[in-house]
Design a protein around this ligand. Structure first.
Ligand SMILES: [Zn+2]
Length: 376
């Protein structure tokens, strides 16, 4: 004999209901637990569904509407003694169909919630961009300056006006493109053998001597600088911070008041330093960086050849781990999958027939001069 977990509703039991087992025998529905038994004779029995979202099967007593036994175990409807009884045929088939409808409703609800959540995440990037657009550039600049003053304590800056002037002269066509997008670039050289360059929110670019030392041409250096500046113009720092806020904060900021986020940006310096660019941002910076180079008529192939040097160096020296100890905004630590990116960029080069300007042939001379510089 089969047993089904069930609950008895009865005015005489404490609290009005009690749990136990349901069984079917001798033309009766039986409820029993350690304390009591109760039975409803088939003659007085009605069967239907009910309860929260119609998921329970109720066995009620026609002679006493205050008493019923219910279970969530659908198998009870297949019980031989019940199913073979002609009197219950229509009630059982109606109950089955009610349960199916409930299940269908639940599935549709789950599907709708799934679609909504997927939509939310797909829309998240757009919302983040929208919020970032509303964040005043001054907040970003201030955060970048704050971070710079912290970082500068540990940096050995090279101050040489004529080298700076030389670099800016070569970079001029590229920097013009950045200025068109409303950003002013500040350039800093730092004496450090690590192959590294990075940009801070607002437009400060830090170039370490190791980058120049390992580059083979102006085109390569400009490729890296263009990529780094694209992180600035695409506002990746601020978008990264907003991205980390969580979907509900983002939702409320997207549909409400961005000024509510002001507090988040007040102490943003520390957060910026630990922020690493996502794969999407890297891809975006490659794309935008490439675009700037083409617009500046600087051959973008330099970005590819530099990546190739980088991937060789990474393999040979495991430079990556060394750079990871410094700030995460650095060029290397945030540039995984160098191989994938090289092939993506090579795709862009295919069919490229643009005419590029010839950059000065004084790169090697510049390199030697820069590396000679002493720090006082
Ligand atoms: Zn990057």
């Amino acid at each position: 004999m089969e047993n089904y977990q069930a609950i008895l509703i009865h005015p005489d039991v404490k609290g009005g209901r009690i749990s136990g087992n349901l069984s079917i025998k001798n033309n009766c529905i039986y409820f029993e637990n350690e304390e009591l038994t109760h039975q409803i004779n088939f003659i007085n029995l009605t069967i239907n569904t009910g309860g929260a979202s119609n998921r329970f099967i109720f066995f009620a007593d026609k002679t006493n509407t205050e008493i019923s036994i219910y279970t969530s175990d659908k198998k009870v409807l297949k019980n031989n003694l019940l199913a073979s009884n002609k009197n219950f045929k229509s009630e059982i088939s109606k109950s089955k169909s009610d349960l199916r409808k409930t299940l269908k409703g639940v599935l549709i609800a789950i599907a709708l919630v799934g679609i909504f959540i997927t939509g939310l995440y797909l829309a998240k990037d757009k919302m983040v961009e929208k919020i970032a657009d509303q964040v005043p550039a001054s907040w970003e600049k201030e955060a970048g300056d704050k971070l710079f003053s912290t970082l500068s304590l540990q940096y050995k800056f090279i101050k040489n006006d004529s080298l700076e002037k030389e670099f800016l002269k070569v970079a001029q066509p590229l920097l013009k493109q950045i200025e068109k997008d409303g950003f002013k670039v500040d350039l800093y050289f730092v004496k450090d053998p690590t192959i590294n360059a990075f940009a801070l929110p607002g437009g400060k670019v830090i170039i370490q001597t190791g980058l120049i030392e390992n580059a083979k041409s102006w085109e390569e250096v400009m490729g890296v600088v263009s990529h780094e500046l694209s992180h600035v113009t695409r506002r990746h720092h601020i978008r990264g911070i907003i991205n980390n806020l969580g979907i509900f904060t983002i939702l409320s900021a997207a549909f409400g008041d961005v000024s509510a986020l002001a507090g988040t940006f007040l102490n943003v310096g520390g957060e910026l330093a630990s922020l690493s660019n996502s794969r999407d941002f890297e891809h975006e910076a490659d794309e935008t960086g490439w675009k700037y180079l083409v617009q500046a008529k600087i051959n973008p192939k330099g970005l590819i050849t530099f990546f190739e040097t980088l991937s060789k160096e990474e393999k040979a020296n495991e430079i990556k781990s060394k750079v990871d100890e410094t700030i995460d905004l650095s060029f290397l630590s945030t540039h995984p999958n160098t191989k994938d990116r090289i092939s993506a960029l090579k795709e862009k080069l295919k069919g490229d027939k643009s005419a590029y300007i010839k950059l000065p042939d004084n790169f090697e001379k510049f390199k030697i001069e820069l590396l000679k510089q002493k720090i006082n």
